[in-house]
Every structure is written in C-alpha cells, then in structure tokens.
Design a protein around this ligand. Sequence first.
Ligand SMILES: CC(C)(COP(=O)(O)OP(=O)(O)OC[C@H]1O[C@@H](n2cnc3c(N)ncnc32)[C@H](O)[C@@H]1OP(=O)(O)O)[C@@H](O)C(=O)NCCC(=O)NCCS
Length: 205
Amino acid sequence: MTGDRLIHGVRIGGRLCYPGNMAGIRPACLSDASAIADIQVKTWRDTYAGLIPDRALLGLSRTSHIENWRRILRDARADSITRVAEGPDFCVVGFANAGRARPTNLPYDGEVYTLYVLPDHQGAGHGRRLLVALFSALRAAGCKSALVWVLAGNPARFFYEVMGGTLIATREEPFHGVILSECAYGWPDLRRHIEIRTQASDSSG
Ligand SMILES: CC(C)(COP(=O)(O)OP(=O)(O)OC[C@H]1O[C@@H](n2cnc3c(N)ncnc32)[C@H](O)[C@@H]1OP(=O)(O)O)[C@@H](O)C(=O)NCCC(=O)NCCS
C-alpha cells in the first residue's frame, strides 16, 4: 500500500536532486563571511590563472573580500540569496550567490552571480547541490528564469551545460586592461526544472 509523504525534488540535467537544507547546503550567515572570502580568493587563483591578467589575481585582497561579504550578508534582502556547502566536518567548502538579474536585454529575471567550490572538494556534487538550492530560492523569491555569465575559456561552462543550461548569449567585457569573452547560460523556465513529487510510502494506518 502507499501513503502520502511529500518529497520536493528538483530535476536538473535529467537528474532528480533535493534542495534546501539537505546534503550539507544551508543559507549563509554573517559568520561565514571569512570562509566565503577564503574560498573566493583560493578558487579565483586556481581557476583564473592564465584566463585573466596576473595583476588581477595578485591584487586579490582577502580583507576586502571579507568586508564585502560581511556587507552582503548583513544587508541581505529577500531576493539576495547566498548558500554554503558544508563538508563532512561542517567546514564550508563552497558557496553560491544569486538574485535579480543585472540589466541586459535578455529576458531572464534571476541570475547566479557566483558559484565556487574549493578545488580539493570539486567533483563531489557540491556544485550541483548549490545550484539546485539557488534555483529553488530564486523561485521562492518570484523569479521565473535564471542565467549565469561565465568566462568563455572557463571549463566551468560545461558544468552549466551538464546542469541543463543552454548557451543564450556572448559578450566582450573590459577587465583590468584586457577584453574578456564571456558567455551566458540560461534556464528560461525554472518551474520546468522544479518538480514537486508526491512519493508514495507504505501506509500502515
Ligand atoms: C564549476 C564548479 C562550481 C562545479 O562544482 P563541482 O562540485 O565540482 O561539480 P559537481 O560535482 O556538482 O558536478 C555536477 C556535474 O557536473 C559535471 N561537471 C562539473 N564540472 C564540470 C566541467 N568542468 N566540465 C564538464 N562537466 C563538469 C560533473 O561531472 C557532474 O556530472 P554528473 O553528475 O553527470 O557526473 C566547480 O568546479 C568550481 O567551483 N569551479 C571553479 C570556479 C568556477 O569556475 N565557478 C564558476 C564561475 S561562473
């Protein structure tokens, strides 16, 4: 026999995942600012060496990143979404941040601004779970769609393809005296990626 337990799942890239506080994903709090800044600086240096000018990487300041994240987390509005991924020892190993799409001519209302997982913890599913959590929170904040901008030379773009995003735009952006090529991946209908499933379970009365 079957019962009535509700399981909320998110189908992304053909796979059912579970958002929210499951699997070590939780909303960021003010005390996460320094861990988030550390991950951002470390992952930037690991990922962007050779893709962006060395001076931009050398000039990264942990202190100013901490201040910036403190401000973001302290002033968090309802549509400013930051989630962290915890490893088995409850250390923060990744984070992601999203909100209203910055102005473009693209018909997308939500945007993933950042998504970083520490190099030693990549490939363990944290990126997928963080993106699922962001999509779920964007939907809750009233966004119907989402996009992300990524450097064209960053292999992370293929992660977004695996996650069901489609290439929707490219642009050239000035950065520290050079022009960088970026591409945007989009999820035009977040609702289509979100499934509310009623999972039957044994009913014993
Ligand atoms: C991109 C990033 C967030 C992915 O996070 P992750 O935890 O390593 O990814 P996951 O383990 O959740 O992988 C989910 C799926 O994406 C695939 N994937 C991940 N990175 C990939 C890549 N570079 N190319 C192709 N597929 C990739 C995985 O194989 C997995 O697919 P599967 O479930 O079918 O096996 C992480 O690698 C990262 O932080 N990279 C450096 C920072 C960066 O560039 N961030 C994006 C800035 S826009």
